[in-house]
Design a protein around this ligand. Structure first.
Ligand code: HEM
Length: 526
């Protein structure tokens, strides 16, 4: 008897159902075989399909909501959003255990649509997945930025601080703009050998544009684009997410400019002048002679130079802004710093890195600046590349790991009164107290992905903080009635978090201090 069309449809539907069931059973079997009876870490209950989408706390500043989750469930919390696993780590010990000690499997990154939107594909070291391509970039970067090698940049960093002091004396209320100028001048000289003379230099705007994209992109946008990559095809007029995507796309051209035009200009300059101290000249000496088989090496050199110039700009400038804000709010810290500087350096010269071990209070201010205004509250999330176990819990491969560094930096059990700026917390009997957790052990990230620019950043921060406090008093800005503006510390959202409000004014702390700055200007002219 011939089967009717209806019967064929029923058979097809039934077969599909059986197939789905078999696939589902296989997936469950595979999942249970991987888990081997180990439970997932604790976390809020998941809904079908969307999982914990609606538990993702505080869309704008997730580090606050994540802190609440770890307070409720413990130091390890598991979420699943649209089938993708997220692990939240809330304490230093567990971060070190998983991200430092097991970094062979916890060091990858999501192939983020952020990269496609904002840069030439595969040019940002911080977003490259773990593997040989990333490793080659990292190796070249590290050759030039490890603790001994980074000293070659000190004279340029010191010179940029001196220029900043002179410019601040001339325009004491332009602090924010001048900080960006000073950082750009020092990286452009260190990396490309380029002189950035004034604020009108096109490179200041170019680096600024690269960062506007990433600054506009909130952590929530980043998570959303990573979990639903298809969203990247939405038009820019789409409410909410569209404007963040547009800002990311706008940073593509300046990012290309750094990798191609700026490198080519530096190459031409170096060939003409035989100048050999900048990073590009050293990269060219060892990598990328231009032959066919050297093309990849030259591309790596281009990427490393651009990343060195761009990767730390926002985080370093944001830390510096946090420091200036803290000085406006805590004038007594300035007083103590000046006493330290007067006793050890005296007002006939500027402090430099050779004074560092004696300037204990300044060292403590550097640490407190990194802690108090934590510029990368969730670092850059890592991704795991193999199944693993953490304190008896199963962690599936492909888990996004968000280390809540901000929560550690503001944990009252580690740092009493964490919202206050108290450098003294790092000092005992006139020395740095080794028993207090060093913020640098967390704020620069973890394991194989730890920030490779940390020694450059740390030296620059010390030089800036010591020199500015040596010659200037820092005040809150004045309003139109001449009263000090009421400032408070709050962190913006974004991959790099800035002080939400910023403003300050400076004036020389004495006639001798002013003479010292004017003397620097005369030295520069001669
Ligand atoms: C106060 C200043 C800085 C802070 C707080 C900071 C913080 C960070 C953090 C948290 C990460 C992610 C680490 C991880 O994934 O575990 C990172 C990565 C990175 N940083 Fe920094 N950074 C700073 C300055 C700099 C500077 C000055 C440079 C360049 C000279 C730089 C270059 C990089 C690069 C290239 C990466 C990507 C590393 C990778 O994924 O392998 N950073 N930084």
């Amino acid at each position: 008897m011939a089967l009717t069309q209806q019967s064929w449809s029923n058979i097809a539907a039934g077969s599909c159902l059986v197939l789905l069931l078999v696939l589902n059973l296989r997936a469950s079997h595979h999942w249970y075989a991987r888990k081997r009876g180990r439970p997932l870490p604790p976390g809020p209950k998941r809904l079908p399909i969307v999982g914990n989408l609606f538990n993702s706390p505080d869309a704008w500043k997730p580090w606050l909501g994540f802190r609440d989750l770890t307070n409720e469930y413990g130091d390890i919390v598991y979420l699943e959003i649209l089938g993708k696993p997220i692990l939240i780590l809330g304490a230093p010990s567990v971060m070190s255990e998983f991200l430092d000690k097991r970094s062979a499997i916890s060091s990858s990154r999501a192939l983020s649509p952020i990269t496609y939107l904002s840069a030439d594909q595969e040019s940002i070291i911080g977003f490259m997945p773990y593997g040989e391509y990333w490793r080659r970039h990292r190796r070249v970067f590290w050759q030039h930025f490890h603790p001994n090698e980074v000293r070659k940049f000190w004279p340029v960093q010191q010179a940029a601080v001196r220029v900043l002091l002179s410019k601040l004396l001339a325009t004491p209320s332009a602090c924010q703009v001048l900080l960006r100028y000073a950082f750009t001048a020092s990286v452009m000289k260190s990396i490309y050998g380029a002189d950035v003379i004034d604020m009108e230099d096109k490179r200041i705007a170019i680096i600024e544009e690269v960062f506007l994209g990433l600054r506009e992109c909130t952590i929530s946008t980043q998570f959303l684009l990573e979990f639903l990559p298809i969203l990247r095809y939405l038009p820019f007029w789409t409410p909410w997410i569209g404007k963040h995507m547009k800002a990311l796309a706008a940073s593509k051209e300046p990012s290309r400019h750094m990798i191609e035009d700026e490198f080519d200009e530096a190459k031409a300059r170096i060939e003409q002048s035989h100048e050999g101290s900048c990073l590009v000249s050293q990269l060219l000496a060892t990598h990328g002679g231009g032959e066919e088989d050297n093309q990849l090496e030259e591309q790596i050199a281009r990427n490393v130079a651009a990343n060195a110039a761009e990767a730390g700009a926002d985080s370093t400038v944001s830390t510096m802004e946090g420091f200036f804000l803290a000085m406006c709010l805590y004038p007594e810290v300035q007083e103590k710093a000046r006493a330290d500087l007067d006793a050890i350096v005296g007002l006939h010269r500027l402090p430099d890195l050779s004074d560092r071990s004696s300037l204990v209070y300044i060292e403590a201010i550097v640490k407190e600046s990194l802690r108090w205004h934590n510029v990368a509250p969730l670092a850059i999330p890592h991704i795991t590349t193999a199944d693993d176990e953490l304190r008896g819990h199963f962690i599936p491969a492909g888990t996004t790991v968000a280390a809540n560094v901000w929560a550690c930096m503001h944990d009252p059990d580690i740092y009493p009164e964490p919202n206050k700026f108290i450098p003294e917390r790092f000092i005992k009997d006139g020395k740095m107290d080794p028993d207090v957790l060093d913020p640098a052990s967390l704020v620069f990230g973890f394991g194989r992905r730890i920030c490779p620019g940390r020694y450059y950043a740390d030296a620059g921060l010390f030089m800036l903080i010591a020199s500015v406090l040596h010659v200037f008093k820092i005040y809150p800005p004045l309003d139109e009635h001449g009263n000090p503006v009421n400032l408070e510390h709050a962190q913006s959202d974004g991959l790099v978090s800035y002080p939400e409000t910023f403003g300050c004014a400076v004036k020389p702390r004495s006639a001798e201090a002013e003479a010292l700055i004017l003397g620097l200007q005369r030295e520069d002219v001669q």
